[in-house]
Design a protein around this ligand. Structure first.
Ligand SMILES: NC(=O)C1=CN([C@@H]2O[C@H](COP(=O)(O)OP(=O)(O)OC[C@H]3O[C@@H](n4cnc5c(N)ncnc54)[C@H](O)[C@@H]3O)[C@@H](O)[C@H]2O)C=CC1
Ligand SMILES: O=C([O-])C1=[NH+]CCC1
Length: 365
């Protein structure tokens, strides 16, 4: 009989899964995933069961990494919760299997995995696409994802080095000036917006460093270099006309085909990157619904008497946003990072198997 599976609770997963390990591992597996070599990685688009009476969903996300001997699945539920609900809106469990014998070897809390994985992938997108000089980070939402994004973004991008300074600068964004021509360090300014201002205030109260609470999305995003959208919104909340040209948006919410966080203008004008092309086509309302509100199609149909007629039905004045590349395709060198443009990274969370990282596996044996 097979041994009992190892159980890893949220606290243990949080301790074992560090951003320092997670980020390079994710970069490597995303690059491999985008090569679609099924002898290396198999991960189909997740299956999702709607739980209509309770505004929720159950997702099953299996994956197999042959070379690393990782066979696993995440089981996740996500709900649209009322503001201030004490229940988490995303909950998950990750199961690891013995690839040869098929028994379960580990059962891990997936909430911490989901929070850290998602934020780490967004941070990788920001490393690749954010403007070279990024001083203002804006976070829309104040929940679990907002917090993990705050943690990793401020860890990675807190201080920016400017090497070309000739004189000391008195601008308030500069924190220290060692001496003329030395690198100058300045603090990243962080702004946060949430539907209810007190929720944003509560978010900020838990943090060490100063963060500005904004009263509107517009106020929060104007002039921002990097914007994270991590809300449960199902209608656009971020409008392209407010977004600074060249900014980078990590769009984390709106993971259903009929949910959106970003408007058509932004989706059309930005260069759009995704975690998985198939996932984006099946699940991203920001992509699927962009440009479809005003539609007219013209097509010819041979009728029964063999005369061709032109039929007019709604046709797109604006076509659907196009996916430019997967993050993995940039990481593996197949597509460029168009940092000079406004960029959107539309995250759906299809990649999670990095969480079964060697440290967690070591813990099991
Ligand atoms: N891309 C990915 O890999 C993942 C995406 N998600 C999605 O990210 C979003 C945030 O997830 P969590 O932080 O776990 O949720 P949460 O419940 O902890 O936080 C949700 C935030 O969105 C706000 N919000 C809810 N409805 C809103 C609306 N209609 N308009 C504006 N703000 C609204 C809430 O005030 C709260 O600040 C959800 O849509 C979730 O499904 C979650 C996990 C992974
Ligand atoms: O990757 C994930 O676990 C999820 N993505 C969207 C909701 C849950």
């Amino acid at each position: 009989m097979s041994e009992s599976p190892v159980l890893l609770n949220k606290h243990e997963v949080e301790r074992l899964l560090t951003y320092d390990d997670l980020i390079p591992r994710l970069e490597s597996v995303m690059g491999k995933f985008s090569k679609r070599d099924s002898s290396e990685i198999i991960q189909p688009v997740r299956s999702v069961v709607p739980i209509q009476q309770h505004s929720g969903f159950l997702g099953v996300m299996p994956a197999y990494l042959a070379a690393e001997g990782i066979l696993c699945t995440k089981i996740v539920t996500f709900y649209q919760r009322a503001e201030g609900s004490s229940l988490p809106s995303t909950q998950a469990t990750v199961l690891l299997f013995h690839p040869e014998h098929g028994h379960v070897t580990a059962i891990m809390d997936g909430e911490a995995i989901t929070a850290k994985r998602t934020a780490a992938v967004s941070a990788i997108s920001a490393k690749l696409f954010k403007p070279a000089l990024s001083e203002v980070l804006c976070i829309l939402g104040s929940g679990q994802q907002a917090r993990s994004h705050y943690d990793v973004f401020t860890k990675l991008f807190k201080f920016k080095e400017v090497t070309s300074m000739k004189t000391g600068n008195t601008s308030k964004s500069f924190k220290m000036c060692f001496c003329v021509c030395d690198p100058v360090l300045y603090t990243l300014q962080v702004r946060v917006w949430s539907r209810r201002k007190e929720m944003a205030q509560r978010f900020v109260n838990d943090l060490q460093d100063p963060v500005t609470v904004c009263s509107s999305v517009k106020e929060a995003v104007i002039g921002a270099d990097v914007i994270v959208t991590a809300t449960g919104a199902s209608q656009p909340i971020l409008f392209g006309e407010w977004v600074k040209p060249g900014a980078h948006i990590a769009a984390v919410g709106a993971c259903r085909p009929d949910w959106r966080e970003l408007d058509d203008v932004l989706m059309r004008e930005a260069v759009v990157y995704v975690d998985s092309r198939e996932g984006a086509t099946a699940e991203s309302g920001d992509i699927i619904l962009s440009g479809v509100c005003i539609t007219f199609h013209q097509y010819n149909i041979a009728d029964l008497s063999h005369h061709r007629h032109t039929y007019s039905t709604p046709k797109s004045l604006f076509s659907q946003a196009e996916v430019f590349a997967e993050l993995g395709e940039v990481l593996n060198g197949s597509f460029p990072a168009r940092r000079e443009k406004t960029t959107v990274f539309k995250s759906l969370g299809n990649l999670f198997f990095h969480s079964c990282d060697p440290k967690i596996k070591n813990k099991m044996f």
